[in-house]
Ligand binder design. Sequence first.
Ligand SMILES: Nc1nc2c(ncn2[C@@H]2O[C@H](COP(=O)(O)OP(=O)(O)OP(=O)(O)O)[C@@H](O)[C@H]2O)c(=O)[nH]1
Length: 349
Amino acid sequence: MPDAFPDFTPVNLLTGFLGSGKTTLLHRLLQDPALSDTAVLINEFGEVGLDHHLLERIDDTMVLLQSGCVCCTIRGELAQAMRDLQSKRERGIVPPFRRLIMESTGLADPFPVLSTLKSDPVLRHHFKAANVITTLDAVNGLAQLETHGESVRQAAIADAIVLTKTDLTDEPAVARLMQRVRRINPDAPFVDAHGDHFDIDRLLSGASGSGEGAPARSGFYCEEPVSVIGEAGSAHQKPVHSFVMTIDARIDWTAFGLWLTMLLNRHGDKVLRVKGILNIEGEDNPVAIHGVQHLVHPPVHMTGWPSDDRRSRIVFIVDGLDADLIRRSFSAFNRLGLPQPAANITETA
Ligand SMILES: Nc1nc2c(ncn2[C@@H]2O[C@H](COP(=O)(O)OP(=O)(O)OP(=O)(O)O)[C@@H](O)[C@H]2O)c(=O)[nH]1
């Protein structure tokens, strides 16, 4: 017989900087039969949310919050989404769930999210903060910690730090990253996403950090980022914004791949994140693309279109880079004899 449902549903916050592997980790966690009754709440920065499509699991216990970041602009919306989920669960409209995993945007400050959970008069009777899991990109993580205060706070609050992309770099680089993190978070265990001892239960339940059954450290002691506010990177003030490029006609993969690689080679320091689903010439199903700064990840063939919308949609999150530059560079490919269809660009807040 399955265990009884807990009185307080544990909420794991899954955080980590842009492109550090949150959705990839979430996907992996959701494959585990032990997490089959897990509700998921995803918050994305920018108008067009893609993560729920990229996860390829859509059901009533998966909620997508868009436009803004969970830590500030949509805090009310977050509380409302959780109350809705709770109310639907009580009325039997969504399947009972034993755990909630909340994936925040890569730009979220995790502290206010946790305090929302504790202070909301309804939520605090039904949910409790469990481990905060932070993904840290072994390729880009060190630079992100130096330049982005959000990244520092995400590492500081972690109960467990999952080192991602260790397969793309060497041991000394990973060791340097871990050493840097120890200055802001002295005791959160590191978990190598590619290591042999990847224990999902330990990751989520806090058995590794605070002891079995003990409340997660982050939920109780770190409501305000006081201790990390003076860290390098917190003074970072450049305008980070996102825009969406939409392309109606089908895309030539070779030309597109070349364009994206060249773009990230040239401007990767300012392109914090690019991700999209593409309608490629000669392919029935969409292809997902991911770039993080100078790094272009291999494209992924999805198993189907998430909706009737067959347009290619590419979300850019940039730091001080003009959307017009992307538009010009894209159309310049036409002039080079590498035909690309016309692209519309919608800027978001
Ligand atoms: N080689 C390698 N690639 C990884 C690893 N983890 C994630 N990736 C790739 O990195 C890219 C970004 O991963 P996501 O899981 O979408 O990252 P994210 O943190 O959810 O991104 P945002 O939500 O946009 O902030 C994808 O192409 C992943 O396949 C890893 O451990 N190794």
